[in-house]
Every structure is written in structure tokens, then in C-alpha cells.
Design a protein around this ligand. Structure first.
Ligand SMILES: Nc1ncnc2c1ncn2[C@@H]1O[C@H](COP(=O)(O)OP(=O)(O)OP(=O)(O)O)[C@@H](O)[C@H]1O
Ligand SMILES: [Mg+2]
Length: 388
């Protein structure tokens, strides 16, 4: 038994766009049935199957109900069923023994075009923070997050606990910012954590990211928050600029170990007060934000490099280990599917038979530690097999 989600006409395209971006594929039930695609569904992919078209069919062919009730039992839990809300009453009754729960999807309404002549000087979209989500939105957030980030199961569990506690204590004014400090080898998904949060919060803007690898260390603080007032060329700094450009409550600080003490102390303040202040004394409230810090330092260096005050401020400090071969395989399946779909959409639908299986068969995941290298291997193999 499972849940059926309703969408409205006004939400559909927005919903589809955001969900496709995080890896879901949309199929209609009629298409599935007519092309006998059911057996071809990939257990490693997440699908939305739209059952709106069944309403009219079952209503006029009562005798088919038995077949459909049985059919639903055969789908795996990588399938989520959706339906146009216009059919809500009928479908709730027809499939009363199939679904045990009915909910509405969480998606903004599609944008209505601004009428010509109307000035669009409205404030840019308000910022979406993890603390703003309602329970159902939060559930969808975690589903999306988990689907994007492979492996790291322990981290995912702890992250859920941290978010739940943060949402409560942020409202009580006791926990301004949720901070994650991720260490570990290259290419195992540290930065991907931030990208996944960004997408799962439904962002349509750029990720607010600062990379200390790009700063020369002695003026890192000036680059970050602007040089002191009165200095020629002083500006507000990169941090506030990036945060203003983003529509979600998330900041990524990459290669944090390359910053210097002045920067460390600055972040001590930010985490404590939930405010970003720049050299021009402009202030921005970041309470409710998640800040992800990533670093390649080892556990020992972490202790010598980062002061105990700052260390104790991080809500999560953890090493990211290599993915298991099983998780790497899931990643390969996902990427190959993604590449094939894009190729079919943008280049040609004429692809060799069994392309997916052949690409997968050529890749020995145990040879790869860094997922960037694995990704490159996937691309190379794909190209080799698609070129005659
Ligand atoms: N656990 C994962 N789940 C999904 N994709 C991943 C994962 N790990 C790595 N990747 C993929 O590999 C690429 C590199 O990962 P990422 O950028 O997170 O590395 P990193 O751990 O931040 O490494 P570095 O220390 O070199 O910055 C990403 O673009 C992503 O596509
Ligand atoms: Mg990184």
C-alpha cells in the first residue's frame, strides 16, 4: 500500500521541473501500459507515474478494476504515484483499496507571465530555509536529498536528527545556524552534500559558494567581507554578494582549511549570532541557514588548525569515507541513465541496443576511489560505445 500525491494544473510544470532536476523521471500510466514498459523500469531509478488517465478508463470499464488493483501491487517503492487533483474524489473512491494515504505535492505554482507594462520591481523571491518547511515539505526534502547523495548512510541519519533538532531550537532562538564540517578524501561527495541540499530546497538560483582555495590567505577576510571603509576600491565582499544572489538558506564554504585565523574568528561570530556583517557594516540575517564547510584536512590536522572554540561550534564534524562498491554501482546506473536520456533528448533517439547494460558492464567500480574519475570513465565508455 502506498501514498497517492495530487498536483494541481497550476503546479504541474514547476513540480515536474524541480523533480526532474533531482533525477526523477515522469511517466504516464497509459504510456506505460500501451508500450509494455513496466518490466523495463529500472529499479535504480526513481519514477513518478501519473495515473490520471485511469479514472475515465476504469469508470467506463468497471470489469478492469480487478486487474488494476493487482497491477499496483507489483510496483517497487522507487515508484511514486501522482494524479491530477481534478480527479481527486473519483480516484480516492476507485482505488480505495490500493492507496492508504492521499497527499498534495509540494510545489510552487507555475509562474504567470508578467503583464507587459507592469514593472517587476518586486523583491526577488524570498529565501527558502530548512526552518520554513512544513512537515510534508521536509519529508520531500529528505527524499530528494537522499536520492541525490549516494552512500554515506550514517551521515544521512545524523543529518536528519540534526535538522529536526535545529528546526525546533531555531524557533526558540537558541540555534541560529546549522553548521556541518565535512572532511575526507577528494571526490567522495563532500561538496555534493551542499549541492544536494541546494537542489532539495528547490533552488532556482546559483549556490552561494565561497572557495578559500581561490583566495590568497593574507587578505582572505578582505575578499570575504570587503576591505575596511575608506580603502580605495573597498566593496561589500564576496560573502554577502553570494548570499544575496541565492534563493535558499544555504552557504557552502569550500576548502575552509586554506583560510586564516581572522576568517576562522569571523565565522565563529557568524555561527554564534546568525548574522553576516561586512566591512561596510551592512548586516544580513542568516538565522535558519545551513552552512556546509568542506575541507581535505585529516582528523589530526583538524585539531591543530581549527581552534577549540570554533571546533565546538560545528554541529556536525565528520570524515567522509570512500563509497562502497554497491553505492558506486548505483551511481553508475544513475549516471548512465541520465546521459542516455539527455542524449535521446538533445542528440538522437537512435541508440544502440543494450547500451545501458554494455556501458555498465565495462566499468569495474572497484578501480575508482574518486567519483570524478568514475564519472569520466562513464563518459568515455559511453562515447566509445555510441560512436560507430
Ligand atoms: N556520494 C555521492 N553521491 C552522488 N554523487 C557523488 C558522490 N560523491 C561524489 N559524487 C560525484 O562526484 C563529483 C565529485 O564529488 P564532490 O564534488 O562532492 O567531491 P568532494 O568530496 O567535494 O571532493 P574535493 O575534496 O576534491 O572537493 C560530484 O560532482 C558528484 O557528481
Ligand atoms: Mg569539494
Amino acid at each position: 500500500m502506498s501514498t497517492l500525491f495530487f498536483y494541481t494544473k497550476e503546479q504541474f510544470f514547476n513540480f515536474k521541473t524541480t523533480q526532474t532536476a533531482v533525477g526523477f523521471e515522469f511517466l504516464s500510466m497509459s504510456k506505460l501500459l500501451s508500450s509494455q514498459k513496466i518490466d523495463g523500469l529500472d529499479e535504480y531509478r526513481q519514477y513518478y507515474v501519473d495515473i490520471s488517465s485511469l479514472v475515465g478508463f476504469v469508470k467506463s470499464n468497471d470489469s478492469q478494476l480487478l486487474n488494476f488493483e493487482q497491477l499496483f501491487g507489483g510496483f517497487g517503492d522507487n515508484i511514486t504515484f501522482i494524479c491530477d487533483k481534478a480527479y481527486e474524489t473519483d480516484i480516492k473512491y476507485i482505488f480505495r483499496y490500493v492507496f492508504d494515504d492521499f497527499c498534495d505535492v509540494e510545489a510552487e505554482r507555475d509562474e504567470t507571465p508578467i503583464e507587459s507594462g507592469e514593472k517587476s520591481d518586486v523583491k526577488p523571491n524570498s529565501v527558502k530555509k530548512i526552518t520554513d518547511l512544513d512537515d510534508q515539505e521536509l519529508e520531500i526534502f529528505f527524499e530528494n536529498f537522499d536520492a541525490r547523495l549516494y552512500g554515506h548512510e550514517r551521515f544521512k541519519e545524523e543529518f536528519k536528527g540534526l535538522v529536526n533538532s535545529f528546526r525546533v531550537f531555531n524557533k526558540l532562538g537558541e540555534h541560529k545556524i546549522l553548521s556541518l564540517f565535512l572532511m575526507g578524501d577528494s571526490g567522495v561527495g563532500k561538496t555534493e552534500v551542499a549541492r544536494s541540499i541546494h537542489k532539495a530546497l528547490g533552488s532556482k538560483s546559483k549556490l552561494a559558494k565561497i572557495n578559500f582555495g581561490n583566495y590568497s590567505s593574507h587578505d582572505a577576510l578582505n575578499s570575504l567581507i570587503g576591505s575596511p571603509l575608506g580603502y580605495i576600491g573597498s566593496d561589500g565582499g564576496e560573502l554577502l554578494k553570494r548570499v544575496h544572489e541565492s534563493d535558499v538558506g544555504l552557504i557552502l564554504i569550500d576548502e575552509f582549511e586554506k583560510a586564516d585565523n581572522a576568517v576562522f574568528n569571523y565565522f565563529l561570530d557568524v555561527l554564534e549570532n546568525g548574522k553576516i556583517v561586512n566591512s561596510q557594516a551592512e548586516e544580513y540575517d542568516v538565522s535558519g541557514y545551513i552552512i556546509v564547510f568542506t575541507s581535505n584536512i585529516t582528523k589530526d590536522n583538524f585539531k591543530s588548525k581549527i581552534s577549540p572554540e570554533l571546533r565546538s561550534r560545528f554541529d556536525y564534524k565528520g570524515m567522509f569515507n570512500l563509497l562502497t562498491d554497491e553505492d558506486k554501482k548505483k551511481f553508475v546506473h544513475f549516471r548512465v541513465n541520465q546521459i542516455i536520456s539527455k542524449y535521446e533528448e538533445f542528440v538522437s533517439s537512435d541508440i544502440p541496443d543494450k547500451l545501458h547494460d554494455n556501458v555498465v558492464a565495462e566499468i569495474d567500480v572497484s578501480q575508482y576511489k574518486n567519483m570524478r574519475d568514475l564519472n569520466k570513465k562513464i563518459k568515455d565508455t559511453f562515447v566509445a560505445l555510441i560512436t560507430p
